[in-house]
Design a protein around this ligand. Sequence first.
Ligand code: DLZ
Length: 164
Amino acid sequence: MDKKQNLSDFFLNKNSDFSKFKIGILVSEWNEAITGSLKQGAQQTLKEYGVLPQNIITHAVPGSFELPTAAVMILEGDDTLDAVICLGCIIQGETRHFEFIAQAVATGLVQVGVDYNSPVIFGVLTCNTYQQAEDRAGGKHGNKGIEAAVSCLKMLELERKLKH
Ligand code: DLZ
């Protein structure tokens, strides 16, 4: 994939059957206007590719920092869940809070995915400004919620291929 390519334009095979998959979506309440758009993009994309609405389980978390713990909770609580998409928006402030949260979330989510052998998707914007976040939540740089959903489905497809 070219580094300039936007995953919002990157399509999966429409013939793939995703109707049996159950997918969790966790959404941070911080910067809710942005994360709401990411959520909408992710939900809509999953449905477009055939995931059944009742198999899309969405929960809110207070902030992005809580995403890794909530990912463990949702996977522990439902062993029929195939993947988790984690959506958040961390914006640089005056202090170093940003770095600690972003680093912790990225590391934490990788760890959950490896520990549970399940796709755990990092759909967290880490932006210097609110404008950069808007540009990536349905603006001129697409919607990273769509990309997160596409990444999730591609990982599930890979898993299916490797298992059979
Ligand atoms: C505290 C905080 C700050 C300053 N900024 C953000 C942010 O930009 N994006 C985000 O998702 N969450 C932020 N939070 C909240 C933390 O993620 C977390 O919810 C709190 O520190 C409580 O653990």
